[in-house]
Design a protein around this ligand. Sequence first.
Ligand SMILES: C[S@@+](CC[C@H](N)C(=O)[O-])C[C@H]1O[C@@H](n2cnc3c(N)ncnc32)[C@H](O)[C@@H]1O
Length: 254
Amino acid sequence: MTTAPADPDDHHDDASDGAPAFGHDAGQGSFFGRRKGHKLRSHQADLIAGLLPRLALDIAGAPPADLRSLFAVPVDDVRLEIGFGGGEHLVAEALAHPRTGFIGCEPYVNGMAKILSQIEAHDVRNIRLVAGDAAELLAWVPPQSMARIDLIHPDPWPKRRHWKRRFVQDATLAAMARVLKPSGEFRFVCDIDDYVAWTLWHLSRAPEFIWTAERADDWRQPWPNYTMTRYGRKAEREGRKATYLIFRKTAETR
Ligand SMILES: C[S@@+](CC[C@H](N)C(=O)[O-])C[C@H]1O[C@@H](n2cnc3c(N)ncnc32)[C@H](O)[C@@H]1O
């Protein structure tokens, strides 16, 4: 497992406005968090204005028949990371798998600015981005076109009255099952025990998925070559241990 470098700009809970927002703030679709935070540094603002439009997918139009055609380099498969935060896991995966195309979806402007800086620094060619709600992206994606979907430390929403905001819901699971190829994977990492139990319960009811774990370490330890995210490091500092779940798509449908 590798660990993302420390960053003083650590995650969203440091409130201060000033950065531009993508779309609207809280409460729309399955995104309820903050879309903007710290004021962007000047180069970050340039990347949002100049590089993001080149990498952003237009999910208002029709999708291509083959998602692999979205990438400037030849790719064999396409994967999605939902809510990539600062992008450390997504960039590491893209660099490690140059023949895979990655779509990263993140509505938080400061996260988008961070990943753009990394994409520029490493000249990453196999990432496309969506600055919005992953539920809208999933609705746009053609069926059976993705090899894997990662959801790493989704917003926890620990209070019962907010559970309907959790990303894992029957509708989003059905959407993921639709876009995954046969034997495609949904990978989930979370440090909130209650959300882990919630996810296992929802997935156990979803006939399209089976949980692949065979021994406790399969969920207690990160999978090989996992890149720890900023939020994961924060959870560890605060004494919360993450659970790592891998589900494989079966041939079953509802
Ligand atoms: C707790 S943070 C974790 C970020 C990152 N995965 C990490 O581990 O550091 C959850 C992220 O999910 C994003 N998010 C929340 N709802 C989303 C949605 N509907 N679609 C895409 N991203 C979403 C938030 O903006 C936030 O960056």
